[in-house]
Each structure stands twice: as structure tokens, then as C-alpha cells.
Design a protein around this ligand. Structure first.
Ligand code: SF4
Length: 412
């Protein structure tokens, strides 16, 4: 059994316990990349804004480059002190541990505009560390469909709703193609981000379509555009939903992407059907895995990934204790690795169950058990996360790259 030490051990604690508000954290947004989720003050927590919420930074970096997403939590033993001039320190109230850190900076591109006046921030690009995420069609059709009263969107998804972002990008329901002006604006933003943020990975994502062939055609258009715009040849990953075999082969034939990442999200068909009803209805569990296997045949073992949401199975409605949830997830890791597919586990806090005194402790036990067990599975199957796909500088809520890096440092 692997035991986490060093930065991975610190990271899993901070990911699972969050960080509570301090004036230093709030003031840091003057120079730090802002969080997509505001800090929500709990009842009775001192709230200097008087509004109940505050903008806080998104990401912190430790001295060794480890990246950690900030989740606000008024009950957390972790807080941040300092300022830009003197430096920041992450502090654990329990032990008094003080860890020097910096925030992911606010870069000039985030306040720049395209030549026709659109803010780059609305042009379909975001970053996590050295990863550029391109999402020019974020609206997901699963949000627009219901069956027997149940929405087809994934239960954890807070980002796929068609809204004002989709209007800025010219995305319309039922329209498969991406408008050319949207792509041209994205190219301007992409050039600036690559220049300023030391980008080493490009990840193409977007909302799903109920017709997987139409989704594949949209991503073909995007990947062809990015290929000719990507003058530095930065590795590109295809982050669409699962696609029909002939379209997967087309991506490979045209050498449009270096990696494939069709996100299964959840191991075991019953959980997949509950957590991802749209993926289950419009593609299906078996077809999803079969598409990942097709990609392995073309790109090879270790070049095909599947993002998984880890922790959402602890929602009370699923009736799982953390030990059962970890066992199911590890069975999935074993099965996927045997097929040459590398799952990547992102921590997603369950919404329910917060009244339980062990709410944070069980998330941590689950995520640590999953990640240590999965590290052994990866090693046994001779698989690792390709540095061209993602690395410790962009894995903001995942541990695989951190654990493998720590293990390699010990072995060296
Ligand atoms: S497929 Fe699921 S996770 Fe992806 S955008 Fe749609 S609802 Fe969200």
C-alpha cells in the first residue's frame, strides 16, 4: 500500500478540506486568477463584504510547482496569510504547519480583447496552469432534454447549461457547425494565452450533442482549425464525448490530436446511468467503453484517457459508504487500465451529507484510498499519464501526476 507523503499528501488534504476565508485571500484577487465559484460565507462566519459571498483566487502553486484548486470552506483548518510583496503562506491550524505558496497569476490576456472588441475571457479559452482548454461550444444539449421528468444533464455538471456564454460564442441549439468568427476570435485569444502562460497542453472540450455523430463533426471542425492555428505544435487532446468509430478513425488519419479523452465519468453501469443519464441514453455505457477501446487501437495504450468524477458517488441518494465507493472505483481503474485506458480522477465534493460530522473526513479517506490504490494499478499495467497530456502544473484537482512524480523522485 502506497502512503502519500510530501506535496501529494498536502494536496489531498487541502483539496478535501478546502480553505477558509481570510482578508489575505480576498485581497489576492487583485493579482490572482479569479475563481469561477465565489466563496460562500457560512452562517456566523465574519463576512467583511456584507454580501454573503466574495471573489477569491482559483489556484495555488507550491514551491515545487504542485497546483491545487481552492475550494472555499468556512470550517476548514487551512487558511492563507501574507501579501504579494512579502509572499503568501498556507497555514494548518492543527499542526501550525506553514507552507510557502503563490497564487496562479492574473495574466494580461484576461483583460485583453480581440481585434473586433470581444474580451478574450469570452472567446472560449481558459487555463489550468500550463493547460489551455478550448471550449467554443460549451452549451450542452443534455440540459435541454428530459425523460420521465429527469433532466439528461450529468448530475454534477454546473458548466454545461446554455446561457450567456453560448450567446457570446454564437452557439445556437440545433446548429452543429461553429461560426467562423468564433474560431477566429478564439485563435487571437489562444495566441495570447500561449505566449503568456507557458502552455504545454491543449485540451479541446465542449458541450455534448444528443447525436454523437454530429458531435464528432463539430469536433472535427474544431480540431482541424486548431491544427493549423497551433504553430508551436503543442500536444492536443480530444475531449469530446465518445464518437462513432469511423469519426475516431478520421481524427487519427488526419493526425489532428495526440491524445483522446472521452470522459466516462463513473464506473459501473448503474452509477453511470444515474450520474450521467444523457451519456447513458444517447451513447450508452458499452458503446462508450468500446469507443475508448477503438481509440486505444489507433493511438496506443497510455494515450487514451477518461476523466472520472470522484466523490459524487458519496451523495446520500446512492447509499454508498466511502469504502464501497472506493472499491467500485478501483475495480474500474483495474478494468480500464487492462484495456490500455488511463482514467483520471477529479475530486468532486458531494452536495448532500454536509450535516455528517465526517463529511470531509470520508471524502479524504475515499480519495486517498482511490489514488494510492490506483497508483499501484497504473504501475502494474505499465501505464503513466503522458507528460504531453497533462502534468503536475495543470492537474489542479487530480493527484495522478503528483503521485507518479513523487514516486519517480524516490526511485531516482
Ligand atoms: S456531457 Fe455532462 S458533464 Fe459534459 S457538459 Fe453535458 S452535462 Fe455537463
Amino acid at each position: 500500500m502506497i502512503t502519500l507523503t510530501g506535496s501529494p499528501a498536502l494536496k489531498v488534504q487541502v483539496m478535501c478540506e478546502g480553505i477558509r476565508y481570510t482578508p489575505a485571500l480576498g485581497a489576492a484577487v487583485a493579482h490572482a486568477m479569479p475563481n469561477y465559484y465565489p466563496y460562500r460565507f457560512k452562517d456566523g462566519e465574519p463576512d467583511p463584504t456584507g454580501r454573503g459571498t466574495a471573489t477569491i483566487p482559483y489556484l495555488i502553486n507550491l514551491a515545487d510547482g504542485t497546483e491545487i484548486r481552492i475550494l472555499g470552506n468556512g470550517d476548514s483548518p487551512w487558511h492563507i496569510e501574507g501579501d504579494l510583496g512579502q509572499g503568501y503562506v498556507l497555514i494548518d491550524d492543527r499542526s501550525g504547519l506553514r507552507v510557502p505558496m503563490v497564487f496562479e497569476p492574473l495574466r494580461p490576456w484576461q483583460s485583453s480583447r480581440t481585434s473586433d472588441g470581444m474580451p478574450f475571457a469570452q472567446a472560449g479559452v481558459t487555463t489550468h496552469g500550463d493547460m489551455l482548454v478550448i471550449n467554443v461550444a460549451p452549451g450542452c444539449e443534455y440540459f435541454l432534454h428530459k425523460h420521465e421528468g429527469q433532466s439528461m444533464r450529468c448530475s454534477f455538471c454546473a458548466y454545461g447549461a446554455p446561457d450567456e456564454r453560448t450567446v457570446h460564442l454564437g452557439q445556437k441549439a440545433g446548429q452543429v457547425g461553429i461560426p467562423q468568427p468564433t474560431l477566429e476570435r478564439m485563435r487571437e485569444a489562444m495566441d495570447a494565452v500561449i505566449e503568456q502562460a507557458g502552455i504545454r497542453h491543449i485540451y479541446l472540450v465542449g458541450g455534448s450533442l444528443t447525436d454523437w455523430r454530429a458531435e464528432g463533426e463539430r469536433f472535427l471542425q474544431l480540431a482541424r482549425f486548431v491544427k493549423q492555428a497551433n504553430a508551436r505544435g503543442i500536444p492536443v487532446a480530444l475531449g469530446s464525448g465518445a464518437l462513432p468509430d469511423d469519426l475516431i478513425e478520421q481524427f487519427h488519419r488526419e493526425q489532428l490530436v495526440d491524445h483522446v479523452c472521452f470522459n466516462l465519468e463513473m464506473w459501473s453501469e448503474p452509477l453511470f446511468a444515474k450520474v450521467c443519464p444523457g451519456k447513458h441514453r444517447y451513447v450508452g455505457y458499452a458503446r462508450w467503453i468500446a469507443a475508448l477501446e477503438t481509440a486505444v487501437r489507433l493511438w496506443g495504450r497510455g494515450n487514451v484517457y477518461s476523466a472520472m468524477v470522484a466523490g459524487i458517488e458519496l451523495e446520500p441518494e446512492h447509499g454508498l459508504e466511502w469504502e464501497q465507493a472506493a472499491r467500485i472505483a478501483l475495480e474500474g481503474a483495474e478494468d480500464l487500465c487492462a484495456r490500455g485506458i488511463v482514467p483520471i480522477y477529479s475530486l468532486v465534493w458531494p452536495v448532500g451529507g454536509r450535516q455528517r460530522p465526517d463529511f470531509h473526513a470520508r471524502i479524504r479517506s475515499y480519495f486517498e484510498t482511490l489514488n494510492t490504490g490506483y497508483a499501484e494499478i497504473r504501475a502494474r499495467h505499465g501505464l503513466r499519464v503522458a507528460d504531453s497530456f497533462m502534468c503536475h502544473r495543470c492537474a489542479y484537482m487530480q493527484l495522478e501526476c503528483d503521485i507518479d512524480r513523487a514516486a519517480e523522485a524516490v526511485a531516482a
